[in-house]
Design a protein around this ligand. Structure first.
Ligand SMILES: [Fe+2]
Length: 368
């Protein structure tokens, strides 16, 4: 398709928007495909009512019933499930392990700290860590305090690095920042009797099968290969930005899988050009359902949010920053937010248990 323009328009998206107007982006493939910017006197978030399934939803994971040691499913489709997991501080010897034969498991540590015993060795984690456990890799947690995880399960593909394109291999995060399992540490830990896993629970078709052993199943004394668990911490991610213009969320892509992508939004300086748009642009997420989990900080484009909340914007729902966030942005020089975004190509379903934590008036939060 060729590029064309009519009437009031900008020469650079997200910059120099005519006074008293709003820019709305309509873009395919999460804004990396064909895209147009419409200039409007009012934003498309000025609805007076929304009736039907595209009503945006906000949920509060803080209000989830605390079912310790069990995944609580929040949102799902055939490619991905998003769940929440509470793990109690570990007392005594760890005897139970877990393998996921339904897919890859990516844990994001929302609270707590500890280590993960795996078939390949020990990985340490704290708040802000992603823990990537490949399909069928045995693992179990040793938590030094009560811990909470956002759990993202990829059911139809492996997770892989994002396409780093013109910015090269070291951008956003260097692969050297991925922490590898420490086998010797785990062998030493087993000697201290902290770990003696003789029961392994394997999940397939979301059903558990228990395998019982007479001695510890985590018994590897060495390994080689390119299939193993690892961790990545938000402190080791270097957010990309342009001082002159707002970059799309794809600049923050952390892991990709078949039909969905995970982005991490981190504190960064705001754009410094006077006429640059500093809040995320108004848009219709044409191709992706958008899920945002608010981990920490002040969420600069939204109002009345706290850590542990999750918003769900289905594809086709036009949205953008909240009116109060737009008013306050000129007083800010930095963002101070930590959030995990999951964008899915296929529509997501909401688990009935999660519906109970919904903040019902969320759809009205764009009204002035
Ligand atoms: Fe969005």
């Amino acid at each position: 398709m060729f590029h064309y323009s009519q009437g009031k328009h900008t020469t650079q998206g997200h910059k120099g928007i005519p006074e008293g107007h709003y820019e709305e982006e309509m873009g395919r493939k999460g804004f990396s495909g064909p895209v147009s910017h419409l200039i409007k006197p009012e934003p498309s978030t000025r609805w007076t009512s929304i009736e039907g399934p595209l009503r945006p939803q906000l949920f509060d994971c803080v209000k989830l019933p605390q079912q310790w040691g069990q995944w609580q499913r929040l949102l799902y489709n055939n490619d991905v499930t998003i769940s929440y997991l509470w793990e109690k501080k570990t007392q005594g010897t760890v005897t139970k392990g877990f393998r996921n034969a339904d897919g890859e498991t990516l844990y994001f540590v929302h609270a707590g700290k500890g280590s993960v015993v795996t078939d390949f060795g020990l990985l340490e984690f704290r708040r802000g860590h992603y823990i990537m456990i490949p399909k069928c890799v045995g693992h179990t947690f040793i938590c030094e305090e009560d811990t909470q995880f956002l759990v993202i399960e990829s059911r139809s593909s492996q997770f892989r690095e994002p396409d780093r394109g013109m910015v090269g291999r070291n951008a956003f995060y260097d692969t050297e920042a991925l922490a590898r399992p420490d086998l010797q540490k785990q062998i030493d830990l087993k000697k201290s009797k902290a770990v003696n896993v003789t029961e392994m629970f394997v999940k397939r078709k979301d059903q558990q099968t228990r395998f019982t052993y007479s001695d510890c199943v985590f018994d590897a004394v060495g390994w080689k290969g390119d299939f193993f668990p690892f961790t990545l911490h938000v402190d080791d991610m270097m957010p990309m930005l342009s001082a002159r213009v707002h970059l799309p969320p794809s600049a923050h892509a952390t892991f990709v899988a078949h039909n969905f992508v995970i982005c991490t939004f981190l504190p960064r300086p705001l754009e410094s050009d006077k006429d640059a748009l500093k809040v995320p642009f108004y848009h219709q997420n044409i191709d992706y359902d958008e899920v945002l989990f608010y981990h920490d900080g002040n969420f600069f484009s939204r109002d009345n949010l706290h850590a542990g909340m999750m918003s769900f914007h289905p594809a086709g729902f036009p949205h953008g920053p909240h009116p109060k966030a737009v008013q306050k942005i000129d007083q800010k020089t930095h963002t101070d937010e930590y959030a995990v975004m999951i964008d899915t190509w296929n529509p997501l379903n909401v688990d009935p248990g999660f519906e109970k934590t919904e903040v019902k008036e969320y759809w009205q939060s764009w009204m002035k």
